[in-house]
Design a protein around this ligand. Sequence first.
Ligand SMILES: Cc1cc2nc3c(=O)[nH]c(=O)nc-3n(C[C@H](O)[C@H](O)[C@H](O)COP(=O)(O)O)c2cc1C
Length: 202
Amino acid sequence: MKQQLLDLFTKRYACHLFQADRPICAADIAYILEAGRLSPSSFGLEQWKFVVLTAPEQKLALQSACFGQSQVGTAAAVVVILAKLAEMDPDSEYARRLLAREYPPSQFEGALKNYRGFHAAIDVKAWSITQCHIAAANMMTAATAAGLDSCAIGGFDPDEVRRLLEIDPARHEPALILAFGHCAGVAGEKQRLPLEDLVEYR
Ligand SMILES: Cc1cc2nc3c(=O)[nH]c(=O)nc-3n(C[C@H](O)[C@H](O)[C@H](O)COP(=O)(O)O)c2cc1C
């Protein structure tokens, strides 16, 4: 199990061109989405919303919003992860409902007060996007486990993505786009810094 997980991390790579004629089954898309759903999130507020696109014309339109990156148009399925904004407001029904799930009734008012202070002090958009990236990582690992390839796409024009998906900017911010399918190329050698360059034990 331990080695299998590391094997998945090693095997996953950013695919830059997919086999455009190879679809992926609905069960595999659902499996990937489930991995996103089960991800951890700050305050348990599940900041993500997943918009799934499989229609060729939708994917091609989105490819233009991603500066023409062809992995978007050739992917079998594209998931646009939207970061929740308005629902993060401490007075929203959503935030209260999810916080009530995290804390017992006796601690709820205190937790809400803490959250109110936190929410006022931070850059909510950046924070919400960060949570979406955690879900994205899990979804890409899940795709590898399902025998699929993926690519994270941070290179997009947010205004264009908002326009194409008719996103209300007060409610959602495009966080990251994930392309899934069967890669048309092969993985290059994994390039990573050695642990000794990254880790400091104190
Ligand atoms: C948040 C994020 C955004 C990324 N955006 C893009 C992108 O717009 N286009 C692209 O081709 N790859 C993108 N990538 C993929 C990275 O370039 C790739 O993961 C990195 O070079 C390491 O290579 P590997 O994933 O094959 O190991 C992105 C990755 C992450 C995590």
